[in-house]
Design a binder for this molecule. Sequence first.
Ligand SMILES: N[C@@H](CCC(=O)N[C@@H](CS)C(=O)NCC(=O)O)C(=O)O
Length: 165
Amino acid sequence: MTLRMYDLAGADPARRFSPYCWRVKLALAAKGLPVETIPWRFSERAAIAAHGAEKVPVLLDGDRVVTESLAIAEYLEATYHDQPSLFGGPGGLALARFVNAWADAVVNAGLVKLVVADIVQVLHADDTAYFRQSREARFGMPLEAVQADRTGRWKPSAATCIRCA
Ligand SMILES: N[C@@H](CCC(=O)N[C@@H](CS)C(=O)NCC(=O)O)C(=O)O
C-alpha cells in the first residue's frame, strides 16, 4: 500500500515549504518508506477536511489517517517496526518529544517572524488573502512589520556560535 501525504505547496507546486511536512518526509526517508506527496494549498481545505483534518501534514496509509507531525512519526515507528528505528527506544522517543516541543516553541516561533512576509510572495493567488489575514490577526500587525527589523535579530552572538570563538 502506497503511503500518501498532503504537503503544503506554494504557487509553484514543487515549492513545499512547511517545516512540519519536512519533519514527516525526513521520518519517512529515515525509515526508507516511499511516499507519494499531494501538493496542498490553504484554499483546499475541503481536501483534508474529508479526512477530518484542518492542517497538514496528513498521512494516508490505506484507510488510516494520521495527523500531527510527531504523531505521524510515532505511528510510523509503531507500524513499520521492521524498518530502521526513528527513536531507538523509549529514551530516544522522550528526547524527540522534547526537541519537538522546543522546535515548535522556540525555533519555528522565531523563524516565522523572519520570513512571514516573504511567504506571501510564494503563495498561490488563492491563498494570499487567507494567509495574510490569519497571520496578521495572530501577530497583531502587518506582516511586513513583523519581519521589519529582522537583520538585527538573526545575527548569532559569539556565545552561541562556536565557530566565532
Ligand atoms: N502541530 C502541527 C502543526 C501543523 C501546521 O501548523 N501546519 C500548517 C502548515 S505549516 C497548516 O496546515 N496550517 C493550516 C492553516 O493555517 O490554515 C504538526 O506538527 O503537524
